[in-house]
Design a protein around this ligand. Structure first.
Ligand code: E4P
Length: 228
């Protein structure tokens, strides 16, 4: 399973790539705002870094960049998507799962501009992006679980549907808004292609209280052994 970093902060992207070996980046308007930079500067900085790393295009290292979320008409979305896509060959255009978005995604994919249909909250919503040939679909996990839903079945259903109809691997499933190591495990068991999460979540996934307890036991043993 691939790991994408959900962030537009360059220090986090560099750290996650260098030390965790992340396979891509996803951004959204919230992450761009949190970077503290103007939209254009934030995406150009990421583009520059991908170039410095020698990534040729989205196959090497995809970076999802979301269009203006106020746009509802495909024409507006298409105009902005085409502009953004010129900034970097690594960019994948993130478009909301609304009717105009689906329309735009289908056209962009035919033009060779890859897309990520985002804000997906049901298995039915996940089917149309696959039929449109989107590179990615982003079902959100964290937001649903925060509101009391167990997402294990939700994500398994999407994986099963994709397997049933030959979409699996063509439109890659990014389990998004991942908040906990358990959610990472659940997505991996279900067969998700990718999880996207913040740096803290990936760091948490390295930890376990028993690891700390075991470490303490071994440290005490070490201190009570003649080691030289
Ligand atoms: C996914 O691609 C989104 O950027 C992301 O996971 C949205 O959720 P969050 O910003 O609340 O984590």
């Amino acid at each position: 399973m691939k790991y994408f970093l959900d962030s537009a902060k360059m220090d986090e992207i560099k750290e996650a790539y260098e030390y965790l070996g992340i396979d891509g980046v996803t951004t959204n308007p919230k992450h761009i705002m949190n970077s503290g930079k103007p939209f254009r500067t934030a995406i150009e900085d990421i583009a520059k870094w991908t170039q410095e790393q020698g990534f040729k295009d989205y196959n090497d290292f995809p970076v999802s960049v979301e269009i203006n979320p106020h746009f509802m008409e495909a024409e507006d979305m298409l105009k902005m998507a085409r502009e953004i896509s010129k900034v970097s060959p690594c960019f994948v255009i993130k478009i909301p799962s609304v009717y105009g978005g689906l329309k735009a995604a289908r056209i962009l994919e035919k033009e060779g501009i890859r897309t990520n249909l985002t804000l997906v909250f049901s298995p039915a919503q996940a089917i149309l992006p696959a039929k449109a040939g989107c590179l990615f679909v982003s079902p959100f996990i964290g937001w649903k679980e925060t509101n009391g839903e167990d997402c294990k079945k939700y994500i398994q259903d999407i994986v099963d549907i994709y397997r049933n109809y030959g979409y699996y691997g063509k439109t890659q499933i990014i389990a998004a808004a991942i908040r906990t190591p358990k959610q990472i495990g659940d997505c991996a068991v279900a067969g998700c292609d990718i999880v996207t999460a913040g740096l803290d979540v990936f760091k948490d996934a390295i930890k376990h209280p028993y690891t700390d307890q075991g470490l303490k036991t071994f440290q005490d043993c070490w201190d009570n052994t003649v080691t030289e």
